[in-house]
Design a binder for this molecule. Structure first.
Ligand code: GUN
Ligand code: ZN
Length: 435
C-alpha cells in the first residue's frame, strides 16, 4: 500500500488552552513529518525520525514553511442556503420567511440539490473545512444529494433531513408520519455509509407541531447513538413565539427536554439568551451550545456568552460554526475572527490558541468524533488544512513583524480566509488544488 510523507510545521491540540501561555495544551513541531497510509495517520513527529521509519517508495510532499493543522470542523450550517447568504432582512423570522423558506423549496428537485451539493463541498474544501454538521431541506432528495456527494469525496459529514410540519410554505412541510418515515429511510440508506452520520433534525419548535416533536423523540429513542440537531434561543421574538406555541413548557429548552431531545449528542444552534435554569439543564444533559458568530451579528440576534457558559459552576459544552446561510462566510477563520470581536464587546478575552482549539479538537469533542478527527495523532483520519499566514500582500507585510506562533495564528484568524488555505487533505488526499 502506498504511503505519503507530508513535511510541514505541525500544530495539534491536546486539550483546551487555559491561557495564551498554556504551551502544554498543544503539540507544535517546527520541522514535522506526517506519514499517511490508507487515509489514516500512520506516524507523526520530527520529520527526520518519521522519514527514517517510512517504508521504501514513500511519496513526499513538502509544505514548508506552511502550518498544518487538523482540518477545520463546522458544527452547524445549512446546505440549502448557499444562495441566500447576505439576503437583506430585519431579523431571523423575517429572513426565514422572506428569503430562506422560499429558497429551500427549490430542493424538491433532485438535480438542483445535486448541483448545490457539489458547490457546497467545493466551498468547504476551499475554506479548509473537512467535516461539517449540516441541515438539508425537508425533502429527502436533499439529504440523498448531500450524503451521496460526501461519500464521493470521502468526507466525514453529519447531516439530516429537516423535519418541519407547520408555520412554513406548503412546499416545505412534511407531516409527523412522513417526517418520521423519511428520516428512517435516510438513516437506513446513509448512516455509516462511508464517513456519513445521519442526525435527527427537527428544524426548531416553531416549525414542528407537538405531534412531530413526539416523532422526533421516538427516533431519538430508537437510534440513541445518532446526533440530534435543532435551533434554540436565537432571537427574542423567536423565543416569545415558541413559548406561546408550547405554553406548558417552563422555557424553550424544556420543550426539547420534554420530547427526549436533550442529550449528549444534541447540538443546539445559537443558545444566545438561555436562562440560568436552561444552561443548567443543558449542562446536566451534556448537550452542546453551538456558537454561530457571523450569523448572530448579521441577523442582529445577540452576543453569545461564550465565557460565561464555559466558566459557570455547571459548564455548558460549546462548539463553533458558520451557520451558512444566516452566517456570512464559509471560513472558520472568519468565524473565529467574529467570535473574538463578540467576546471583546462582552469584555472577555479569546486567545488565538483557544480559537484554533475550537475549530479543531474542540469541535471534534463537541460532535463526539474526537476518536477519529480533530488531532494529528497516530490512527486518526488524515484530514488536514495547510495554512499560509502570508497569503495576501497585506498579510505578508503584517507577517514580516510577527515573531510568535500565537501572533501568527491571530493574524491568520484576523486577516485570513480561503486565500490563506493552501491545501485541504481529506482522508490523506489533497483536495483543494484539484478544484
Ligand atoms: N432557526 C430555524 N431555522 C433557522 C435557520 O435556517 N437559520 C437560523 N439562523 N436560525 C434558524
Ligand atoms: Zn442554523
Amino acid at each position: 500500500m502506498s504511503a505519503t510523507l507530508i513535511r510541514a510545521r505541525l500544530l495539534s491540540f491536546l486539550r483546551r488552552p487555559q491561557s495564551r501561555d498554556d504551551t502544554s495544551s498543544y503539540r507544535y513541531e517546527e520541522d514535522g513529518g506526517l506519514l499517511v497510509e490508507a487515509g489514516r495517520i500512520a506516524a507523526v513527529g520530527p520529520y527526520a525520525r518519521v522519514r527514517a521509519d517510512a517504508p521504501a517508495g514513500t511519496e513526499e510532499i513538502d509544505h514548508r514553511p506552511q502550518l498544518l493543522l487538523p482540518g477545520f470542523i463546522d458544527a452547524h450550517l445549512h446546505f440549502p442556503q448557499m444562495q441566500v447568504i447576505g439576503a437583506y432582512a430585519a431579523d431571523l423570522l423575517e429572513w426565514l420567511n422572506t428569503h430562506t423558506f422560499p429558497e429551500e423549496c427549490r430542493f424538491v428537485e433532485s438535480e438542483h440539490a445535486a448541483r448545490i451539493a457539489r458547490h457546497f463541498y467545493d466551498e468547504m474544501i476551499r475554506h479548509g473545512t473537512t467535516t461539517g454538521a449540516a441541515y438539508c431541506s425537508v425533502h429527502k432528495a436533499s439529504a440523498d444529494a448531500y450524503f451521496a456527494e460526501a461519500l464521493r469525496r470521502g468526507m466525514c459529514m453529519i447531516g439530516g433531513k429537516v423535519m418541519m410540519d407547520r408555520n412554513a410554505p406548503q412546499g416545505l412541510l412534511d407531516t409527523p408520519e412522513t417526517g418520521y418515515d423519511e428520516t428512517r429511510a435516510v438513516i437506513s440508506e446513509w448512516h455509516g455509509k462511508g464517513r456519513n452520520h445521519v442526525a435527527i433534525t427537527p428544524r426548531f419548535a416553531i416549525t414542528s407541531t407537538p405531534a412531530q416533536m413526539e416523532m422526533a423523540g421516538a427516533l431519538a429513542r430508537e437510534f440513541p447513538d445518532l446526533h440530534i440537531q435543532t435551533h434554540l434561543s436565537e432571537n427574542h421574538e423567536e423565543i416569545r413565539v415558541t413559548c406561546e406555541l408550547y405554553p406548558e413548557a417552563v422555557d424553550y429548552t424544556d420543550i426539547y427536554a420534554h420530547y427526549g431531545l436533550l442529550g449528549p449528542k444534541s447540538l443546539f444552534g445559537h443558545c444566545i439568551h438561555l436562562s440560568g435554569r436552561e444552561a443548567d439543564a443543558m449542562s446536566e444533559a451534556g448537550a452542546v451550545a453551538v456558537h454561530c458568530p457571523t450569523s448572530n451579528l448579521f441577523l442582529g440576534s445577540g452576543l453569545f456568552p461564550l465565557k460565561d457558559l464555559l466558566r459557570r459552576e455547571k459548564p455548558v459544552r460549546v462548539a463553533v460554526a458558520t451557520d451558512v446561510g444566516g452566517g456570512t462566510s464559509y471560513s472558520m477563520l472568519k468565524t473565529m475572527d467574529e467570535a473574538y470581536k463578540i467576546q471583546q464587546l462582552l469584555g472577555e478575552r479569546l486567545n488565538p490558541f483557544e480559537s484554533f482549539h475550537h475549530m479543531t479538537l474542540g469541535n471534534a469533542e463537541a460532535l463526539s468524533l474526537a476518536d477519529r478527527i480533530g488531532t494529528l495523532e497516530v490512527g486518526m483520519d488524515a484530514d488536514f488544512v495547510v495554512l499560509d499566514a502570508a497569503a495576501t500582500p497585506a498579510m505578508a507585510l503584517r507577517m514580516e513583524v510577527v515573531r510568535s506562533l500565537a501572533d501568527e495564528l491571530f493574524l491568520l484568524q484576523t486577516m485570513g480566509d480561503d486565500r490563506a488555505v493552501r491545501e485541504t487533505y481529506v482522508a490523506g488526499r489533497p483536495m483543494k488544488t484539484g478544484l
